[in-house]
Design a protein around this ligand. Structure first.
Ligand code: SAM
Ligand code: SF4
Length: 439
């Protein structure tokens, strides 16, 4: 029997890329590849890239440069670039970095086996099409290997919102939802392989409108269907857009027992002037009202969000409005970024904020978010949460899992295995995690 070929995949960016990397690995599994954690062992290196901010693309080019020595030692080594940088830069990648053999955009992963064969035959292989067929359906079925207790499942891709700063509509294409029956089949399969928590993924996951038995299904409808699967204990979804937070989804947060009390709902800015220029089509006030309604449905929900500071023409007053909004919402988590120019997007052409001023704002915003995050986490001490244990911790006899609010929780000295779901009394709050004891 011939030795299996080895595949090394490095994943950048969002959770959708994590999911895509799993599926690519499975597709190449059909070509006799097994995954390796070391690029030195690999017969194929794939970088699954992110294009959301400028530095991410630069990191890919510098990472590729590092493989020069490996390729010289091992001429049969094939190097591929997948993901959004591949989609956006296409042939430019091969021009700029001749050691790349294969470039594949996020909508063409099901064609990887053919692309790999072409690269093996010594040709350059490139596919950045937006084909009609459903790549998930075309990808090889997941092998029936046992899985950890948590998994991602992409239900929707692409975006039609065209926020003025964002490349996603260009790199991931138009908004598309997968049919409900395929998602439910995949979820059932994951559960049979040991998964107890599924996070539904989409660039605009709450805009989901996949074909169901009686016409299009909403995300809430899909969640209620998933709720019926025996053995599936928890459902999460990310990332949502405020304008797509429908009444049935808000209601599900109050009534659907498997839907976890955590919601990532990016707002980007607290200034209406900036929101308008970002083409966000919601205001700070409408966002705050929405959160009020969500909290009425599920009072303990932990909110999370995304922010961009230093967007073109953002003044100190606009930035203060963002701080005010953060004060009102009090996020349990939030991700904040300095605006990064993305060529081809409308905001790239506008007057830019002084980079030092933007840095200063980012630090102030992050300090406020971190304070709230810490206060919310500290307030968990003394409470009982339900933890899904995922893996051993760094200390001997320690296990780590996630609470319903997505806080990491460490427990020592209890007889626990990955996949156990237990009530835990929180006894301490550390820098980024909680500690507790099983009840
Ligand atoms: N669809 C989601 C939404 O509307 O909130 C988010 C998608 S995007 C992959 C994730 C986050 O990256 C955005 O919420 C935004 O905060 C950030 N982002 C996108 N483009 C950016 C840019 N040009 N500069 C800085 N941050 C950016
Ligand atoms: Fe990008 Fe999200 Fe706006 Fe779509 S809704 S353009 S993915 S930030």
């Amino acid at each position: 029997m011939s030795e299996p070929k080895k595949l090394y995949i490095k994943t950048y960016g969002c959770q959708m890329n994590v999911y895509d990397s799993e599926r690519m690995s499975e597709a190449l599994g059909g070509q006799g590849y097994v995954e390796t954690q070391s690029p030195e062992d690999a017969d194929m290196i794939l970088l699954n890239t992110c294009h959301i901010r400028e530095k991410a693309a630069e990191k890919v080019y510098s990472e590729l440069g590092r493989f020069k020595g490996l390729k010289a030692e091992k001429p049969d080594l094939k190097i591929g670039v997948a993901g959004c940088v591949a989609q956006a830069e296409g042939e430019e990648i091969m021009r700029r970095q001749p050691l790349v053999d294969l470039v594949v955009g996020p909508q063409s992963y099901h064609r990887l086996p053919e692309l790999e064969a072409k690269a093996r035959a010594g040709e350059k292989a490139l596919d950045t099409d937006f084909p009609e067929e459903d790549k998930f359906e075309k990808l090889k079925n997941r092998p029936k290997a046992k899985r950890g207790p948590t998994a991602f499942l992409t239900v929707q891709e692409g975006c039609d919102k065209f926020c003025a700063f964002c490349v996603v509509p260009y790199t991931r294409g138009a908004e598309v939802s997968r049919p409900a029956d395929r998602i439910l089949r995949e979820a059932q399969d994951l559960v049979e392989r040991g998964v107890r928590e599924i996070t539904l993924l989409g660039q605009n996951v709450n805009a989901y409108h996949g074909a169901g038995p009686d016409g299009d299904m909403t995300l809430a409808g899909l969640i209620w269907e998933l709720n019926k699967i025996d053995g599936l204990e928890r459902i999460r979804f990310t990332t949502s857009h405020p304008n797509d937070m429908t009444d049935d989804l808000i209601e599900a947060h109050g009534t659907c027992e498997k839907l976890m009390p955590y919601l990532h709902l990016p707002v980007q800015s607290g200034s209406d002037k900036i929101l308008k220029r970002m083409n966000r089509s919601h205001t700070a006030e409408s966002y705050l009202r929405l959160i009020e309604r969500i909290r009425e449905a599920r009072p303990d929900i932990l909110m999370s969000g995304d922010f961009i500071v230093g967007f073109p023409e953002e003044t100190e007053e606009d930035f203060q409005a963002t701080l005010d909004l953060v004060e009102q919402v009090r996020y349990g988590y939030a991700y904040s970024f300095k605006y990064s120019i993305r060529p081809g997007t409308p905001a790239a052409e506008r007057p830019q904020v002084d980079p030092q001023e933007a840095d200063d704002r980012l630090q102030r915003l992050q300090a406020l978010i971190t304070r709230h995050q810490r206060e919310i986490q500290d307030a968990m001490v003394g409470r009982t949460v339900r933890v899904l244990f995922e893996k051993p911790g760094r200390l001997a006899g320690q296990m780590v899992g996630k609470s319903e609010y997505l806080h990491a929780v460490h427990v020592s000295g209890a007889d626990l295995s990955a996949g156990d779901l237990r009530n835990v009394r929180i006894t301490a709050s550390g820098a980024n995690s909680l500690a507790g004891e099983v009840l």
